[in-house]
Design a protein around this ligand. Structure first.
Ligand code: FE2
Length: 241
């Protein structure tokens, strides 16, 4: 499939636990390109007391990467800056103060939780974002056992106004059978909105959207796959809720 979007990845070099060097970042872009990806929202971690790289440095690194990417791919590969924001009690203030970015300047916010997060905490953070005009995307929703154990939880989050993202590798079974089965159920119940690679490296946690697109087309059909991997992400860039 052509013109895929990757909306979750750690390719900006040397700002989090993702790509270590500019070279590695460019190799990851090459892998994305070969997979048919043409638009990428790069989402460095922001997590208090763990990933606090100054935003100015992230923007500098992103600008450098964008320059190199244009030398290599011209305008055929579009790069946008976002953030994977680990939820905390003051995240709305951080966003309103523009201390950390939304997804490509839109109202969408890629929101991550701790693995052990309970449903009510996640729901409250999501509600806070929505009530301030943001559009939360729950990052790799398959990773939170307390949320994924009940499809009603997923429906409730979407009813509040959140969108749900899973990782390509989880769909492909790289995170075990239970997670793979959960992803399938999410798709069959029409509760999935986005897929991202969450790629960090060129050797493990790699860009893998091509394989995922192929698998999804086989299981869910062309139109569904195009909606999740192309049309929904386009709405982020156009800032349509
Ligand atoms: Fe991530």
């Amino acid at each position: 499939m052509k013109n895929l979007f990757d909306i979750h990845c750690h390719i900006v070099p040397a700002v989090d636990d993702g790509a270590k060097t500019m070279d590695m970042a460019l190799q990851m872009l090459q892998m994305e390109y070969e997979d048919g990806v043409r638009s990428i929202i790069l989402t460095p971690h922001y997590r208090r007391e763990m990933f606090e790289t100054p935003q100015e440095k992230i923007e500098r690194q992103f600008a450098l990467l964008k320059e190199k990417s244009e030398e290599k791919f011209g305008k055929k590969l579009r790069l946008y800056l976002g953030c994977e924001f680990h939820a905390n009690m003051t995240m709305v203030d951080t966003l309103l103060g523009k201390e950390r970015p939304t997804m490509g300047g839109s109202d969408y916010v890629l929101t991550e939780f701790s693995g052990a997060t309970d449903f009510s905490f996640a729901r409250e953070r999501i509600y806070d974002l929505v009530s301030h005009g943001y559009i939360p995307i729950v990052a790799h929703v398959e990773r939170y056992p307390q949320i994924r154990k009940d499809m009603g939880n997923l429906e409730a989050l979407r009813d509040i106004g959140a969108y749900l993202q899973v990782n390509a590798g989880s769909i492909l079974g790289e995170d075990g059978f239970a997670v793979k089965r959960f992803c399938k159920k999410l798709m069959k119940n029409n509760l999935l909105d986005f897929v991202g690679t969450d790629s960090h490296r060129t050797n493990k946690r790699i860009p893998n959207l091509g394989a995922c697109a192929e698998y999804m087309e086989k299981k869910m059909g062309h139109d569904y796959t195009e909606r999740i991997l192309v049309r929904n992400p386009q709405r982020i860039i156009e800032n349509i809720g």
